[in-house]
Each structure stands twice: as C-alpha cells, then as structure tokens.
Design a binder for this molecule. Structure first.
Ligand code: ATP
Ligand code: MG
Length: 400
C-alpha cells in the first residue's frame, strides 16, 4: 500500500524503549530525551512544543513546518525508538471520531487493498466507550467506507492507533529512531577524533549510549594543513547532530612528532606517537571531567591496531579506553558512517598526521619494554613539549 506524505500531521508521538530504565532514572531519561528533542528541533523550520505526559513524549507543531526535515532531525535523537506522526483532533464525540479515522485512512492510503486492526487506548476513563468498543465501532465504520479493506487482528498490514486523551490522536506509522539512550544520561567521554572513517563512527556509538562527548584532534602544522583541520571540525559538526554540542580541542602535535622522529627508531614512530596521543588525551579528559577515552580502533585493521600494538598503546593511560568499533570489519564501519552521514566527509583526501611520518615497515608486534626504553630518548624534551601541547590546545565549540 502506498502512503501519502505528512501534510495532515501536526504532532508526533515519540516512543522510547530502554528496559533498564526505572524509577528516578526514568524521569532523568525522559527529561534528557525531551531536551535533546528540543535541540534537534531548533535546526528545523517552524516552532514546536515538546510535552511529557504519562511516560510519553509528544511534539506539537505550533506553526507550519517541513515534515521531512523534522523527521530527519528527530532521527538523530538518541533514545528515540520510534517517531509516530499523528493527526490530532478535538474530542467531539464518538461519531466525529469515526469520521476522523475514515478521513485519515482515506488520505493516507490511496490504495485500500490492505488488512488492518484498530488499537484504541483511553486515558480518559470516563469516555462513553471502552477501548474494545472503540475498536469494534471504528473497524466497522472503516469496512463500511472502504469495502476492500479487511480486518486481520494477528498480523495486520496497518495498525491504526486511536488514543483518546484530552484530544484524539491517530497514528499508523512508526518511523524507526536511532534507539539507545539520550545523551546526557551517561556521563562524558573524550573522543580521539581524526579525519578518518572510524573515529566519527566511534563517537556516534558512544553518544547513542547516552554519553556526552568532547573531542581532541592532533594537528601537525605545517605537515597537516588547515583544510585537514577543517575536515575534522566538519566531522565533529556531523557527529554533533547526534551527540549535541562538542568541545573540540585541537592540539598542536608538531613538536612532539618531530622529537619522536629525531630520537626514536622509525619503525616505532606510529606506536610511540599513538602513546603520546593517548597521554595527552587523558590529560585533557581529566581537566574536562571526562570518564573515559574513545577511539576508532578495530582489531587488526592496521599495524598499530594489532593486539600487541593495542596493548602497548593502552598501557600509558589509567582511564578506561572505549573502542566501540573494535569488533567491526571496515565494511561494517563504513555502513554506519554512511547511515550517520559522515562517510562522504571522511573520505575527502586530506593528509593525516598519523600517516605523514609513517615508516615503510612499522612494527606489528611491539615489545612494551623496548618501546618504553626508546621513549627514554625523549626524556630531556618531552615534559616541556607535553605541557605546552596541553596548555596551548585550542578549544572550538562545534554545534550541529
Ligand atoms: P580513523 O578512521 O578513525 O582515522 P584509522 O583507521 O585511520 O582510524 P589510526 O590512524 O591508526 O586508524 O587511528 C586509530 C585511532 O586513533 C583513530 O580512530 C582515532 O581515534 C585516533 N587518532 C588517530 N589519529 C588521530 C589524530 N590526528 N587526532 C586524534 N585522534 C587520532
Ligand atoms: Mg586515521
């Protein structure tokens, strides 16, 4: 059956599902969700009101609005299980209710060859009919009006929901949201954001679990250009659609990188560089009240992501390091990047500070003792360079 667009809709019912959320947490969950919904709606034309009512969230359009744009933006709100566009009408009695449902079905489904079921709910218990009676009556009126329709109470093609509240709400479509939990319900983490494909996906994946994110980008001018930095800012902006505003710290990494290049074996450059990135990220994370680090690493993807390399990278920080892409193949990561809209930006060809100085044959099984010993070569300069890198980090507030 074909469906017509959104011109009838003036409201949305937002459904959320996270079984573990109970008691007080439920209230926090809903409040955070309502806030993130408002944040997403600010990007849309039109004005809206967001209401919480008996474990549900309703959005009412207070003006003309663009249906497609609104739905697209709501799809970025973590915690939303589904978005139900609703038709709303005043409660003017049962007869009128039946006429409204018939008009709704007529408008939404030009081809009437489908099976349906009516599912009524009453919040107003003083309504003259019970839910069962509403189901039966509305079903009957629909069959009268459209003889090609058929009832199927087990597996209907279309479930027509009728909610009797202070007003009458009708809906029959559920557009999937991203699921997960609203950002702000699970603390904050520091994302190591590069210009690649994986780290924006990693940021999205933790945001989806309710984690707010800050980000750090290691920039190595003049080896990495302003355009490479702009690409990272653009990626942060895309991730911010899901995560809310991101404080992005741009760390000037050139001096540290040069020092490593001059004083350490070249086949260990990447791994030692990664260790300094982690140390600096942890320092910034502590200063900004983050509870963990997040990277886009995935086992075995490159030399610096073998189990041995990850162990050596990991040992420099005490904070938990979250790697949401760890078990995903590149193609699976690409699919998520495409879904969340970061892929096109990620593949733009700008230089990456990790690849500028890479050795032809980087170690794939670094020995932690050996790496530590070679890092000793840096001891005269590194403390000062480290501190300078942290102190001179540029903060950019990135909003979607
Ligand atoms: P990505 O696609 O995320 O860049 P990658 O496959 O290119 O990942 P690496 O370059 O080895 O992998 O980086 C592994 C992880 O280290 C990245 O996912 C990111 O979290 C972090 N990282 C790498 N380079 C930088 C950088 N210049 N600034 C911030 N984080 C970085
Ligand atoms: Mg990279």
């Amino acid at each position: 059956m074909t469906k017509v667009g959104g011109r009838m809709f003036k409201a949305f019912l937002i459904k959320f599902a996270e079984i573990g959320v109970k008691g007080n947490n439920r209230d926090l969950f809903e409040a955070a969700l309502a806030q993130q919904i408002k944040y997403a709606l600010r990007r849309c034309e039109g004005s809206f009101s967001v209401r919480r009512n008996r474990g549900r969230i309703y959005i009412d359009a207070l003006s003309e609005f663009d249906f497609e744009e609104t739905v697209e933006n709501l799809k970025t709100v973590c915690g939303i299980a589904s978005i139900c566009p609703m038709v709303q009408s005043e409660d003017e009695g049962v007869e009128q209710l039946c006429r409204d449902v018939v008009a709704y079905v007529d408008d939404q489904y030009p081809d009437k060859h489908f099976t349906f079921k009516v599912n009524a709910r009453r919040a107003q218990k003083n309504y003259p009919l019970t839910s069962m009676e509403i189901n039966a009556l509305v079903g009957e009126k629909l069959l009268e009006a459209f003889p090609d329709l058929q009832v199927d109470v087990h597996e209907p093609d279309v479930m027509i929901h009728v909610e009797v509240r202070e007003k009458i709400y009708l809906y029959s479509t559920e557009i999937p949201g991203p699921g997960g939990m609203p950002v702000g319900t699970n603390g904050k983490a520091m994302l190591l954001l590069s210009g690649g494909i994986d780290s924006p996906v990693a940021g999205y994946m933790v945001a989806k679990r309710g984690v707010k994110i800050d980000a750090v980008y290691f920039h190595a001018p003049p080896y990495t250009s302003d355009r490479a930095k702009q690409k990272v800012v653009d990626l942060a902006r895309l991730v911010a659609r899901y995560s809310g505003p991101i404080y992005l710290y741009v760390v000037n990494f050139t001096d540290i990188q040069m020092a490593i290049y001059e004083k350490c074996p070249h086949d260990e450059l990447t791994i030692i560089m990664r260790r300094y990135m982690m140390r600096i990220a942890e320092q910034l994370a502590k200063k900004t009240d983050c509870l963990g680090l997040v990277t886009g690493e995935s086992i075995g993807q490159v030399a610096s992501q073998t189990m041995q390399s990850l162990a050596v990278t990991n040992e420099v920080c005490a904070m938990p390091v979250y790697r949401p892409c760890i078990g995903l193949d590149k193609q699976e990561i690409v699919e998520i990047a495409e879904k969340i809209g970061t892929y096109e930006t990620s593949i733009l060809p700008f230089e990456d500070c990790c690849t500028i100085f890479v050795a032809k044959h980087p170690v794939t099984k670094p020995n932690p003792g050996v790496i530590r010993r070679h890092e000793e070569n840096l001891k005269d300069v590194i403390d000062e360079l480290f501190q300078k890198a942290v102190e001179t980090a540029e903060q950019i507030v990135v909003e979607a």
